[in-house]
Ligand binder design. Structure first.
Ligand code: C2E
Ligand code: CA
Ligand code: CA
Length: 734
């Protein structure tokens, strides 16, 4: 997710850089275009000035040639002078020609007579050609410009005047290049407008007019440079300026014509300057932005879809689909990261748990509910151990949690056990049985897998334990486990090597003290030592090897019974212990039947011992199993009676034959604690059950039991469990 953001930020930065480059380029291009256009405007204006100069020079030359002709031909006659003019091909340049006399009387070629006596000084100044200011014609009130040259013929002084319409200068302007968007003026050296190329109305002083139109800082700047511009125009120097006016920005160029002290001033709006180029540039700009935008969008799309894929991959690899918590890979990865990060592991715990017989739950409720329960367990763990705890379901119904807890760990784990064993989902309550293993981390822990192994060791120690729901790891456990794993490695081999021996412990009638039968008890002759069942039966119950061992013992018993029958013509009743795990296998009795049949043993002489606690096991229909046993002819004993929690009513429903009273009750005889054994014996009699007292060691116990009517006695008082050969001797003696 972080990578995602980083990548998108990178893309946006690249985008911004590209845009900046683009804008910089555009600005540069705009400046260049402006500079180019400004240059070309200057060229155009220079050209205009030149044209005007040529026009004026030409008109001056015409006047010069006319006066030259008058002088050389010595033409005095006015009429002749006018004739010469009218015959020439220059008339198109002028409105008219006039001759002025020294008294100011002026006559024109088209028959007007005007009085210029007030301007004698202007027109008779010298023999040079003089060009007048723009002025109003006295004849027809048009704006005119007068070219004049004074000459002397035969002692008479006259001035030849050629008159042009000032307007005619307009045609020399070529600012039509800018589609008529610009303005051009001819000004005199004071800046007074002589000709306006665009409108006839524009008059007055150009500089002042400009000033009126300027806005803001442009006006201030202009103010500062005003004198320079005025001086430039006065001194016939060219120049240019950008002006910000109420109508927008203008580029102004002024250029002296080089005749008559006139200058041309042209104003082109910036809009018109950039014009076409700007549009092209803008199009390029927009296109570039679109292209960049598309590329960036594609990049972002790729990044996002890549990340989505990565997220999906992450989920496949690390998320448990049922609980939506991590799986074992996630747990190892994250857990390791946490161990690496945090130097102090104080108050850190690793908890491992599983649900007992989860397969049965799946079978009973269906897989969908099974999944709901697993999910519920995940939620419960998070609820109690906190959101920061690292939770994973690492296989089937196994969970692992790495969490921190500062108070008494037993308290919170007890809560956890209680809540999980009475798991509430929506309004349903599921009764589960859970076992947990807890490992308290130390600062020396650097490897998550090693820490987890320790929690698993603690868990195995508690596994299947109905009372101790959780174990906290200690080093002894590991040794214990090592021992167990060694046994597990050796048990199959031991079975094949016939290391398991069946011992028989005689059972005697209490009153006659004659042999009733025996209980078959297994021993393991391991490395020359006789190992008692207490050291391996609990483990074999856990790992189910007991199923194989029981069958092995049963077959051995049948084989022995066959021998005895052949030898002595009769068989004693022999009881065998049947572990409760057999009851989960529907066909276990068929197997037993086949073995009994194989040796020709009468099942009436075989007693199957079922512990009382096995009869109350959830999920087993013990009555049905017992009925089946009875049908096949077996006797049934309830073993270790008094230690389980069966009620009288359940006992009543059971088709059992014998009640084996647990040794703990026999031990209380003679200690004023006989009330329980008395009660059991009375009850058994009522239910018409044969009673056997286990673990009878003293005469006192035997006498008491005789007195109370206990039918059979088994215990060291008569004999310890013994090998088959010894038991044979025992039988013979009896
Ligand atoms: P259990 O079925 O209650 O067997 C009776 C136990 O009491 C035997 O211990 C026996 O040696 C012992 N015992 C009998 N009389 C006395 C006495 O007077 N004093 C004392 N202190 N003990 C006496 P053992 O042989 O060590 O067997 C222990 C348990 O192992 C058995 O208890 C039974 O639950 C289990 N076990 C033994 N053999 C098998 C087997 O083949 N299959 C199964 N599933 N369990 C077996
Ligand atoms: Ca037994
Ligand atoms: Ca017993």
């Amino acid at each position: 997710m972080k990578d995602n953001k980083k990548q998108i930020v990178t893309i946006i930065i690249i985008f911004l850089i590209l845009i900046t480059i683009l804008i910089a380029y555009m600005t540069y291009m705009l400046n260049r275009i402006e500079a180019n256009t400004n240059n070309s405007i200057e060229t155009i204006v220079k050209n205009d000035a030149n044209n005007l100069k040529t026009q004026i020079t030409e008109q001056k030359a015409i006047l010069q040639s006319i006066t030259n002709e008058i002088l050389s031909d010595n033409i005095v006659d006015t009429k002749k002078i006018f004739d010469m003019y009218e015959r020439s091909d220059v008339t198109s340049h002028f409105i008219r020609m006039a001759i002025m006399y020294e008294d100011g009387r002026t006559i024109t070629n088209d028959g007007h007579e005007v009085d210029y006596s007030d301007e004698i000084d202007n027109f008779f100044s010298n023999n040079e050609i003089h060009i007048s200011e723009n002025r109003i014609s006295k004849i027809d009130e048009e704006e005119i410009t007068i070219y004049s040259q004074a000459i002397s013929i035969e002692n008479e002084k006259i001035t030849i005047l050629l008159i042009v319409k000032t307007e005619s200068y307009k045609d020399t302007f070529s600012n039509k290049v800018f589609e008529g968007k610009g303005f051009s003026y001819i000004v005199n050296k004071d800046g007074t407008i002589i000709v306006s190329a665009n409108t006839d109305k524009e008059t007055g002083n150009l500089i002042e007019n400009i000033e009126q139109m300027l806005v803001g800082s442009s006006r201030e700047r202009f103010e500062a440079n005003k004198n320079t511009i005025q001086d430039n125009i006065k001194n016939e120097v060219s120049g240019s300026r950008t002006l910000q006016t109420t109508d927008g920005q203008y580029y102004m160029v002024y250029e002296p014509i080089g005749a008559n002290d006139w200058s041309i001033a042209t104003f082109i709006p910036s809009k018109a300057i950039a014009g076409e180029a700007n549009r092209a540039l803008l199009t390029t700009f927009i296109l570039a932005i679109i292209v960049i935008f598309i590329i960036i969008s594609i990049c972002i799309y790729i990044v996002i879809s890549n990340n989505k894929k990565q997220k999906q991959l992450f989920e496949y690899a690390y998320i448990d689909p049922i609980t939506k918590k991590g799986n074992i890979y996630y747990f190892r990865k994250k857990g390791q990261e946490m161990l690496d990060k945090e130097k102090s592991k104080e108050n850190q715990y690793l908890l491992v748990l599983d649900i007992n017989k989860f397969k049965m739950i799946n079978k009973a409720y269906g897989y969908k509910t099974g999944d709901t329960i697993l999910n519920g367990i995940g939620e419960e763990l998070e609820q109690i151990l906190g959101k920061q705890s690292l939770i994973c379901r690492y296989s089937n119904d196994y969970f692992a949690v790495l969490f921190e807890y500062k108070e008494d760990i037993r308290k919170i784990v007890n809560t956890l056990v209680k809540n999980i064993e009475n798991l509430k989902i929506d309004s349903n309550v599921y009764n589960l049985s859970v076992n947990m293993g807890i490992y308290k981390l130390t600062d020396a822990d650097t490897n998550i897998s090693v820490a987890m192994d320790k929690a698993i060791i603690a868990h195995s120690a508690s596994k299947g334990d109905v009372f101790d729901k959780f174990h906290i790891y200690d080093e002894k456990m590991e040794k214990e486990l090592e021992k167990e794993s060694k046994i597990e490695q050796e048990m199959y081999q031991a079975l094949m090597n016939k290391e398991f021996k069946v011992y028989y412990q005689p059972k005697m009638y209490t009153n006659s003290e004659e042999l009733y039968g025996a209980e078959a008890l297994v021993r393991w002759k391991h490395n020359g030592k006789m190992v008692p069942p207490s050291e391996f039966v609990p483990l074999f119950e856990k790992n189910k090897f007991i199923l194989k061992l029981d069958v092995y013992v049963f077959e051995q018993v049948c084989s022995d019974m066959k021998t005895w029958k052949e030898k002595y013509g009769k068989e004693p009743v022999v009881s065998v212990n049947v572990s409760r795990d057999h009851f989960l296998d529907e066909h276990f009795l068929e197997k037993y039947m086949m073995i009994a049949a194989k040796y020709g043993v009468n099942t009436n002489n075989i007693d199957l011992e079922i512990t009382e606690s096995a009869t109350v096991e959830a999920g087993i229909d013990i009555i049905e199993i017992m009925n089946k046993m009875k049908k096949l002819g077996f006797l049934i004993s309830i073993d270790d009676f008094g230690t389980g929690y069966s009620s009288l009513s359940t006992l009543q429903d059971m088709p059992a034959d014998i009640l084996k009273i647990d040794k703990s009750f026999v031990d209380r005889i003679g200690k004023n604690e006989e009330n329980m054994i008395d009660y059991i014996l009375t009850m058994a009699k009522e239910l018409k059950l044969t009673t056997i007292a286990e673990g009878v060691e003293t005469k006192e116990q035997r006498d008491y039991l005789l007195e109370k009517g206990c039918d059979i006695i088994q215990g060291y008082y008569y004999a310890k469990p013994m090998p088959e050969e010894e038991f044979e001797e025992y039988m013979e003696k009896e």
